[in-house]
Design a protein around this ligand. Structure first.
Ligand code: ADP
Ligand code: MG
Length: 723
């Protein structure tokens, strides 16, 4: 491996080019500091000389290039925003158009009347007037298409130009030229491809340097596409390597050998008011067979909402706390159960109290807002608040067998004496590092059970869960009726309200969900959501259902308030709970049989399905109302899919196929870029990445023969794992 070759790639751009402070900040904002970052800054689109248009032919939404003469140019300020900008009027033989550069008042100085310019950009519309927004500007000496269209047909070859997303101080042109300069400095000859050559050849993928040329200086249609395919493969391949390496590393540790006592287990499961489904039994059999092996389990339990994952978690937890492993020198084992929100952690705590009451197994709760323990010394049927310090002391001494909580569980201050099993609910990105953090003794890694109801396509599951063995809970508890899902628009809204009234009068309860608001600042979004929830609750309570009790729940409320509202709802004192999607995961109130989701087109399909899952918790008929005013064809299609899909997994596949590549940002929550999500659409590519990653890890688990891949894994890990 040519180690020296890496140097130029990772050199800071400021050491190669002379950059102004404004350019430096701009680049940093785009995430570009090294030459490697610059090379991996992907164009957002391409223009070609074939896109050159006459002004008269322009229409809103075009990405286009025009040639014209400057008529006038001036600086101005946005009417409301006060943003400084340049406004110019450009004309060609067919007409005139306005060009606007926001934040770039200095451009006006470059545009003296009569100058000839080439502008490439997006055509927008403001109150019926077209303008070209922030176009790339090139001064030119001639107008190639002055008189007639036939001029361009003589140009037998069109040239493709990449267009990059810009920021203040850094234009698309700047990026283009600096990438071309890196190319001419010979960076491509010095670059080393992290992907082994055999793999590239086998799957007909371009090498890194070819892909970079195709990306930034494509010669023909399709070049950029092939380049993107390579980078998409690379991303999925790196994730697969990371996950499979985790898996290999976990297997090197010892795990507690636990042989569950069948009789005691049967006694425990008989405490539940139902008979487990065959799927639940099967899941427990998988888990217990792992427990017996003496190596740490790494298993994902994937089951649709309402399939009964908590029962499996509780029974596995019981088996661990009740067992004294044969080879265990330390005493009884402990269980940690981590949930994504305080509401859920509290709910699991309450469920576990029901399941474990009268058994000599104490349970703790640890969240950001406090600590609790069950049973209380003074009242053995109730939980009590305790100090965090006291709780942590019990945990460290091994006196508390089960600890339930939020992320608070993986803080440094939490030390288990003897952690045997870590259960993680709805945490897709919980890796070996976090697992290791839970364990005290390096040589023993706890068994690990990850649970999810998020229906995701198989390709995505293969990628992000590459480190885990999979068990499916593919059966609902007996007697569950299929949910009735209906799309509601203005015309049938009244009818829905009457149905809800009748159902509540029959003794049931309802959720009304208010939408996510697309707001770049999460804090602000929370505030806006809170506002819409409050307003909607007021409307419902005063105008629509004055006879019912209406409660609210949103992310801006204090934990104690949330807990109180959930309790009231559980007790049935609140009939209608108006909430944001905070109730999305896991909340379990079996008597709530209706959910109405406002502004449904703003939610992802998987999220809608999760929300709908809140009301399939008993054998009563459940209803889901999907409210929308959107008439867009895509959202109609997507919402129809949710009304017809039989289960979450079918829905996930539909969702993936219905999304355009511009909308794939949903990958963020899985730690996958929009580009990587393109690969996720392609099962062949995902399987290829998985197979090749498997072969490499089997032969070279430490990646010592592939140092570049090792670096990539570490960087990817850093970028995508929360801490
Ligand atoms: P999820 O898989 O979504 O976490 P839960 O564990 O919250 O589902 O279970 C949903 C509901 O179904 C709970 O009220 C639970 O008590 C009940 N339940 C679980 N398993 C069964 C079963 N085998 N038969 C009947 N009800 C069950
Ligand atoms: Mg659950």
């Amino acid at each position: 491996m040519k180690q020296d070759s890496v140097v130029l790639e990772t050199t800071s751009l400021a050491d190669i080019f002379r950059l102004t402070p404004l350019q430096k900040t701009g680049l940093a904002k785009l995430g570009i500091t090294t030459s490697d970052d610059l090379l991996h800054y992907f164009p957002i689109r391409y223009t070609s000389t074939a896109d050159i248009k006459h002004i008269i032919n322009l229409s809103k939404g075009d990405d286009t290039t025009i040639y014209g003469r400057v008529v006038s140019a001036k600086t101005s300020k946005g009417f409301k925003t006060k943003i400084p900008m340049t406004e110019a009027v450009i004309e060609d033989s067919t007409g005139r158009i306005k060009a606007v550069w926001f934040h770039q008042a200095y451009i006006a100085k470059m545009l003296t009347p009569e100058k000839l310019v080439k502008l490439s950009g997006h055509i927008e519309d403001r109150r019926g007037e077209l303008y070209i927004a922030n176009p790339e500007l090139v001064r030119t000496n001639e107008l190639p298409i002055d008189a007639s269209d036939s001029l361009f047909q003589t140009e037998n070859e069109s040239v493709l130009y990449p267009i990059y997303a810009e920021t203040r101080g850094v234009t698309s042109r700047f990026i283009y030229h600096h990438i071309q300069k890196l190319f001419s400095k010979g960076i491509l000859e010095k670059i080393t491809d992290p992907i082994p050559e055999e793999i590239l050849t086998k799957y007909h993928l371009p090498t890194l340097s070819t892909a970079l040329v195709w990306l930034h200086a494509p010669q023909k249609e399709g070049d950029a596409e092939s380049a993107r395919k390579r980078f998409a493969f690379e991303e999925v391949f790196v994730i697969q390597l990371a996950r499979q390496r985790e898996r290999a590393q976990a297997k090197e540790h010892s795990g507690f050998k636990i042989i569950p006592d069948e009789k005691a287990l049967a006694r425990f499961t008989s405490r539940f008011p139902f008979k487990p489904t065959a799927s639940q039994d099967h899941a427990l059999a998988d888990i217990f067979s792992d427990f017996k092996k003496g190596i740490p389990m790494g298993r994902l339990l994937e089951g649709d909402v309402g399939s009964g994952k908590t029962f499996v978690a509780a029974t596995a937890a019981y088996a661990v706390t009740a067992a004294t492993p044969a080879d265990n020198k330390f005493g009884n084992l402990q269980v940690a159960y981590m949930a994504p929100t305080e509401i859920l952690a509290e709910q699991h705590f309450q469920s576990f109290i029901q399941y474990f009451k009268d058994l000599p197994i104490e349970i703790g709760l640890l969240t950001g807002s406090g600590a609790k323990k069950f049973p209380s010394k003074s009242n053995p049927t109730e939980a009590t608040k305790v100090s965090k310090a006291q709780l942590l002391k019990w945990v460290a001494e091994g006196k508390l067998p089960i600890l339930i909580g939020t992320h608070a569980l993986i803080q440094k201050s939490v030390e288990f004496k003897n952690l045997g099993l870590a259960i993680v609910d709805e945490q897709h990105r919980f890796g070996t590092a976090q697992r290791g953090k839970l364990a005290k003794k390096d040589e023993m890694l706890p068994h690990f059970l990850s649970m999810t109801a998020t229906p995701i396509p198989r390709t995505l599951a293969l990628t992000i869960y590459g480190n885990l063995d999979l068990t499916l809970l593919d059966e609902m508890p007996a007697g569950r009726l299929p949910i009735k899902t209906e799309i509601i628009t203005k015309s049938n809204r009244k009818k829905m309200e009457e149905e809800m009234r009748a159902e509540i009068n029959r003794g049931h309860q309802a959720y009304v969900i208010c939408p996510r608001i697309d707001e770049p600042d999460p804090e602000k979004e929370l505030a806006l959501q809170a506002k819409s929830v409050t307003a909607e609750a007021k409307r419902i309570a005063e105008d629509i259902f004055p006879e019912f009790e209406v409660g609210i729940l949103h992310g801006k409320m204090k934990p104690a308030e949330k807990e109180w509202v959930m309790d009231e709802f559980k007790k049935g004192a609140i009939h209608i709970l108006v909430a944001t999607s905070v109730i999305e995961v896991g909340v379990n109130v079996p008597n709530a049989t209706m959910i109405a989701i406002e502004g449904a087109e703003r939610f992802g399909l998987a999220q809608l399905h999760q929300l709908r899952g809140r009301v399939i918790r008993s054998n009563d008929q459940a209803y889901c109302y999907i409210l929308t005013d959107s008439t867009s064809e895509v959202s109609q299609k997507r919402l129809k899919a949710i009304a017809t899909a039989k289960n979450g997994f079918e829905l996930a596949e539909l969702d993936l196929s219905l999304r355009g590549s511009g909308e794939l940002s949903g990958g963020k929550q899985w730690g996958i870029s929009d580009l990587g999500m393109e690969a996720i659409k392609n099962i062949k590519m995902v399987e290829a990445a998985r197979t090749e990653a498997g072969i490499i890890i089997a032969n070279d688990p430490e990646l010592s023969k592939h140092p570049l891949l090792r670096t990539k894994i570490t960087t990817h890990h850093k970028e995508t794992h929360w801490e």
